[in-house]
Ligand binder design. Structure first.
Ligand code: GDP
Ligand code: MG
Length: 163
């Protein structure tokens, strides 16, 4: 059977953008508004040595911060059950958020392999500013740009090695 990789992280970190890049589709909705992905999306990734199924975990527009947290919580629990590998995305432009630390705690308690990625690092010189993400305590930690492709190849080497 095909391995399953799930992309998790709080709203607006770029999960759908990464999903679209890897599946080469416009299927996942991308928007400037947080939480635009209404549901989970499944795509096939076939451009690397091992094909796999990719899940874009979404969320809907919750009214308050707590609802955001609940939605992220539910999506991550589902991903932890379903996936063979988890790609944990954070937003290097925004910086480290308490919700990122909460997600990291949840992932640490799962026994699934996790690859952490600081997204929106659109050029190498932006990596220094994002070093605060090492505090999440999850390795490997990759600096990537889902929008422009920076760091994706390196990240995919780790994904391939883990599948
Ligand atoms: P999601 O809520 O986690 O699925 O996030 P989206 O994929 O919808 O992206 C949220 C916003 O971040 C959109 O405005 C994207 O264009 C932007 N974004 C995503 N990836 C990158 C990136 O690598 N660099 C920059 N600068 N912006 C990005
Ligand atoms: Mg999305």
């Amino acid at each position: 059977t095909t391995p399953i990789v799930a992309v998790v992280g709080r709203p607006n970190v770029g999960k759908s953008t990464l999903f679209n890049r890897l599946t080469k589709s416009k299927m996942a909705l991308v928007d400037d508004l947080p939480g635009v992905t209404r549901d989970r999306l499944y795509g096939r990734v076939e451009s690397y040595e091992k094909p796999f199924t990719l899940i874009d975990t979404g969320g809907f527009d919750p009214p308050a911060d707590q609802a955001f947290a609940d939605e992220v919580h539910a999506q991550i629990k589902l991903a932890m059950e379903e996936a063979d590998l988890i790609l944990f995305l954070t937003d290097g432009k925004y910086g480290l958020s308490p919700l990122d630390s909460h997600v990291a705690d949840m992932l640490r308690r799962s026994h699934k392999p996790v690859i952490a990625c600081v997204n929106k690092i659109d050029s190498p010189e932006k990596e220094d500013a994002a070093s605060e993400f090492y505090a999440l305590g999850i390795t490997p930690l990759h600096f990537i740009s889902s929008a422009h492709g920076y760091g994706i190849w390196d990240m995919m080497q780790d994904v391939m090695a883990a599948l």
